[in-house]
Design a protein around this ligand. Sequence first.
Ligand code: CFM
Ligand code: HCA
Length: 537
Amino acid sequence: MVNEVKKIEETLEEVIDSYPAKSMKNRKEHIVIRDTSQDKQKIMANTRTIPGIISNRGCCFAGCQGVVLGPLKDVVHIVHGPIGCCYYTWGMRRNQAVVGENEKNFLNFSFSTDMQDSDIVFGGEKKLEQAIDEAMEIFNPGTIMITATCPVGLIGDDIHAVARRAQEKYGISVMAFSCEGYKGVSQSAGHHIANNELMEHLVGKKEIELEAEYPINLMGEYNIGGDAFEIERVLGKIGYKIIATFSGNGSAEAIMSAHEADLNLVQCHRSINYIAEMFREKYGVPWLKVNFLGVDQTIKSLRDMAKYFGDEKLIQRTEAVIAEELAAVEQSLAMYQDLLEGKTAFLFVGGSRAHHYQNVFKRIGIDTVVAGYEFGHRDDYEGREVIPDIKMTADDRNIPELEVEKDEQRYHLRLSKEKMEELAKEIPLNNYEGMIKEMEDGTIAIDDLNHHEQVKLTKILKPDIYCSGIKDKYTSHKMGVFSKQLHSYDYSGPYAMFKGHVNFARDVANGILSPTWGYINPPWKKEAGLEGNYGGD
Ligand code: CFM
Ligand code: HCA
């Protein structure tokens, strides 16, 4: 092990040795070699990228409009800004939805004020008002969300005042989000802005008659490649009632009743932990960290959920569904494992998938050697302790918008505070194990990876698969290493749960085992001199 670590340390020295001293010091703090003898290892994260370095990160607007709000199907999303910002966040993120008979779906449309030079000079508020009038006339939505791009903040258009006026004029919900792209250090600030407003303006606005026994919300699941459809199918089969999803295949209408749930499931901790926390504080609804990517983690999550509700009927139903779903995929997974055993993976994705997919790979024989987040915070890497002070009485909770009967039964108080704290020791209830702890000795955790580091690490460690996004996929292909996008799934999917795991294994095996990679000659294999011009080297 000592030798192994030394080798990895030398590798990292080689990766960062071309940086100027200050940048080298900075980058070192964002890289950790896993040492399982240490209980907690610290990493620097969620800090500004060094100017000049080519980062994979996106912006605050992408995090707010593109990620959190965009999937809400019954909303007309008006992007106040240049058309490119609108098109990017609409077209890139692959929102899919199923709609009931009386439900509205506007996901096929992309709405923007298409800001021009004259709007920058004279202001764009009038144009925004006009856009709202047009949307009302043509689409008549129940909710409009206005998101701000960089120029809006720079010229000072008051989108909140426009929203208030439109709300009065039309009697519908019109929300504005000050998520100008330049705010914060990454997409992460945008998640926060989106969640705050959803909590303030939607959650708690509508009561529903609850007939279901196990009402839950699905949080931090964005239906990439149809993952939410698969999760809905399996949870429905067990007997759960999903009140609202934040936000894949989700709707503003459903979010208004989200406070009626008994438990919040947190899939992507990074983008949604704020709202999960707010639910806990405001409505006393606890959150449970789940992972529905990969059969093993799915099984664990389903059992944790059953344990939370604690009733025998649900526990038995859970086991029956697990047995049925597993039986349908086990043989295929074993076949892919035989084909892929011993291969290695390099993962670099936003703020949760680099963690979640390590288990998916492991089950099919692939070890992760490097993993990193674009914009994860330290808790995503290092974990989060059980959050104490679980508020357990209806009086403790402050629910101003509603006329609430102070009825302990109605407002989710299934378990006593003591029972809740006891359970939190067994299942990730109001707590989260970060990525680093689950990684193996000698593997590398790296934050805010850049192209230079991607190329260097790939050349030295020679992984069999590089998993990331569109910005670096082809850099990897040019080096002869198969790359699978974990943001878009390369338009495949679903990858979630049981059947999804087989879809993933099939796509990965097809990619890695393709003879194509043997035909590619990366430049440095031909002429050493070319290396200097290649991929940010
Ligand atoms: Fe959460 Fe996401 Fe992710 Fe994320 Fe994203 Fe995404 Fe992602 Mo792209 S919310 S942190 S901001 S799981 S869009 S669905 S794939 S970077 S790892
Ligand atoms: C974003 C969205 C993104 C980008 C994906 C990629 C997504 O952060 O702006 O870079 O390939 O998943 O669509 O993360």
